[in-house]
Write a protein that binds this ligand. Structure first.
Ligand code: C5P
Length: 217
C-alpha cells in the first residue's frame, strides 16, 4: 500500500494539493491539521486553558471524530466551518506543541493508512506519523505569497487584513518550526517543492510526475 505525505507550513497549498492527488489516484485522504483544529475548537468552546493538558486529553479520549465527504463531524455535529478561523489555527498550533497530546493522536492518524493508499498532509506526517512513506514531499512558499493566498480566500470577511494574516502566518511558522516535539522540519528524506511561482495544478502535476518516476526506478 502506498502512502504519500505532504508536509509544509500554513497556506502552502498542501491540503488542496493532497486532496486533488488523492482523488486522481483513488486513494484515501487525511488532513491531519483538521484533527488538531478539532481539538483546538473544543478547547476554546469548553473554555479549557491550553496548559490544562489533562482536560484536553480527556476531551480527546471522549470525542468521536469522523471525516465524511469533506465534512468534519464531532459527536455527529458538523464542525467543518468553525475549523478555519485564524484563532482556531493558532490554538491548534499551541495545543500541538504538547508531546503527550501528539502521541495520543498517533494511532487515530495511522488507522487511515488502508488500501488502496493514503495521501495525507500536515507538519510531521513524513517525519513522525509515516516515516516510511513511499513519497515524502515538503511543500513550501514564501510567507508573503502564502499570506496573499489566504487573504484571497478570506477577503469577503470584513475583519480580515493582509497584514494580520501575514503576522499570523509568521507567528504560526515560528511556533510550528521551533517546537521541541515533531517540529515542521525539512530533511533529505523529503523532496522539497517551493511553489511560490507554481499554480495548484502545476504542483499536483509535479508530485504525480515524481510518483511516476519513482515507479520507473
Ligand atoms: O494544517 P493546519 O494549518 O490546518 O494545522 C493547524 C495546526 O495544527 C498547525 O499550525 C500545527 O501546529 C498543527 N499540526 C501539527 N501536526 C500536523 C498537522 C497540524 O502539529 N501533522
Amino acid at each position: 500500500m502506498q502512502i504519500i505525505t505532504i508536509d509544509g507550513p500554513a497556506s502552502s497549498g498542501k491540503g488542496t494539493v493532497a486532496k486533488l492527488i488523492a482523488k486522481k489516484l483513488g486513494f484515501h485522504y487525511l488532513e491531519s491539521g483538521a484533527i488538531y483544529r478539532v481539538v483546538a475548537l473544543i478547547t476554546i468552546k469548553e473554555a479549557i486553558d491550553s496548559s490544562d493538558i489533562d482536560s484536553i486529553l480527556t476531551l480527546i479520549d471522549n470525542m468521536e471524530l469522523r471525516f465524511i465527504d469533506g465534512s468534519v463531524l464531532v459527536d455527529n455535529l458538523d464542525v467543518t466551518d468553525g475549523l478555519r478561523a485564524e484563532a482556531v489555527g493558532m490554538m491548534a498550533s499551541t495545543v500541538a506543541k504538547n508531546d503527550v497530546i501528539r502521541k495520543r493522536l498517533l494511532d487515530f492518524q495511522r488507522e487511515f493508512a488502508t488500501e488502496p493508499g493514503l495521501v495525507t498532509d500536515g507538519r510531521d506526517m513524513g517525519s513522525v506519523v509515516f516515516p516510511n512513506a513511499h513519497l515524502k514531499i515538503f511543500l513550501t512558499a514564501s510567507p508573503t505569497v502564502r499570506a496573499k493566498r489566504r487573504y484571497e480566500q478570506l477577503k469577503h470577511n470584513i475583519n480580515v487584513s493582509l497584514d494580520n494574516i501575514l503576522a499570523d502566518i509568521i507567528a504560526r511558522d515560528k511556533q510550528d518550526t521551533e517546537r521541541a516535539n515533531a517540529p515542521l522540519k525539512y530533511d533529505s528524506s523529503f523532496i522539497l517543492i517551493d511553489n511560490d511561482n507554481m499554480t495548484i495544478d502545476e504542483t499536483v502535476q509535479c508530485i504525480i510526475s515524481l510518483l511516476n518516476s519513482k515507479h520507473n526506478i
